[in-house]
Design a protein around this ligand. Structure first.
Ligand code: GDP
Length: 365
């Protein structure tokens, strides 16, 4: 599939396919033996004490595809669950170049100064599967925050489908909260589906936009705008200030056309400059105002409940899919059925039914 950032909309940007790691050139080189897994209680105790090394190791298990790692990870998550939930979860999205890293660096320092506590910056990067390494959430992009003693920055998990990557990020939120992180940022690139995933795990969804040539509204999908609890126009500095203000007016007008959000909150549009650090306080005043507002009217909990339900179904879907496609009989049948469909000797629906029947028959045994 063509990478979304290679679309002509993002002229001048190309995403190169990742490369496989070369094999070792030194045949005598011995890899260090894999560290053995710790008992579940050791991870849990470490996390609850706020031990960052233990938290990182547990997150690595969450991200791992290996069965034994997943087993331990799930147990750790379950034990951490009662200690989670007491944080403010903020989703931050914007197209490449919108200024996400610059902004998160500044936002992070602002929230840590504003109230004591700890901040975790996580990411969902659907492109990381293809580029074999994730870009979002990379420490080097957030210079000041990455050296702050109260921050924890973790790049996007890189394996699996968007749903899988997003689930791992959601599980990581639980571990971070149990480790005492009371402010969570989840970053994603604003090109489509990944916003839905982020929206399904945060309390406030912030969309970073840029002022452009006056037709910026055409560029973003309606669905993304509808999800936003706040839209902020970055780079409102120098000669760009008027353009940014104009864009803000256009966004405000566009938002009026959407149905009123379930939260009862009217999404706000603000301008700011991440680079010069102007307008930052106003953005966070808005976010804190929103949190108070939805906590008062009960929507905060409603949204979190809806999200838990969403993730229950997501988990079921993912595990069913995995169980089906990893079933040896299905693995053998799939290419044959596919050929028959391609040769038009079988309809897609009959092929699907045959495969599902075979799967369920085997499950009964
Ligand atoms: P990301 O791809 O969304 O993470 O965007 P970056 O934070 O890497 O920013 C992309 C470019 O925009 C960089 O060259 C930044 O220096 C620049 N930039 C970010 N914020 C601002 C801003 O507030 N004003 C101006 N003029 N430039 C900015």
């Amino acid at each position: 599939m063509e990478h979304p950032e290679n679309h002509e909309k993002y002229k001048g940007l190309t995403v190169n396919a990742g490369i496989e790691q070369p094999s070792s050139v030194n045949p005598f080189f011995k890899r260090k033996p894999r560290k053995s897994l710790r008992p579940v209680s050791e991870y849990v105790d470490g996390i609850l004490k706020g031990d960052i090394t233990m938290l990182s190791q547990a997150v690595t298990l969450v991200e791992s595809m290996r069965h034994e790692h997943q087993q331990v990870a799930q147990e750790v998550i379950e034990k951490c669950l009662p200690h989670s939930g007491k944080s403010m979860r903020i989703g931050i999205s914007g197209v490449p170049g919108a200024g996400k890293s610059t902004s998160i660096d500044v936002f992070g320092l602002h929230v840590l100064e504003r109230s004591a506590g700890k901040l975790a910056v996580l990411a969902i990067d659907p492109s990381s599967e293809r580029s074999k390494g994730s870009i979002l959430g990379d420490k080097t992009r957030m210079e000041k925050l990455s050296v702050h003693p109260d921050s924890f920055i973790r790049p996007s998990p890189s394996a699996g489908s968007l749903g899988g990557v997003a689930r791992k990020t959601r599980e990581t939120i639980i571990l971070c909260e149990a480790a005492g992180f009371d402010k969570i940022f989840v970053e994603t690139v604003g090109v489509g589906q990944s916003e839905t995933a982020v929206h399904s795990m945060v309390d406030f969804f912030l969309l970073i936009q840029l002022a452009g040539t006056g037709d910026e509204l055409q560029g973003i999908k309606r669905g993304i705008m509808e999800m936003a609890d706040g839209i902020i126009i970055n780079k409102a500095d120098g000669s760009n200030i008027d353009k940014a203000k104009l864009a803000a007016t256009q966004f405000r007008n566009a938002l009026h056309l959407f149905p009123a959000p379930e939260s009862g909150w009217t999404p706000k549009v603000l301008t700011y400059s991440g680079f010069y650090g102007t307008g930052i306080k106003e953005i966070w005043d808005m976010i804190y105002e929103y949190i108070d507002f939805v906590k008062d009217n009960g929507y905060f909990q409603i949204r979190r409940n809806q999200q838990s339900k969403y993730w229950m179904y997501e988990s079921i879907n993912e595990q069913l899919r995995e169980s089906f496609y990893n079933n040896p009989i299905i693995e053998e049948m799939l290419p044959q059925k596919e050929q028959l469909v391609l040769q038009r000797n079988l309809t897609s629906f009959v092929a699907a039914k045959n495969l599902l029947d075979a799967y369920f028959d085997q499950m009964k045994k």
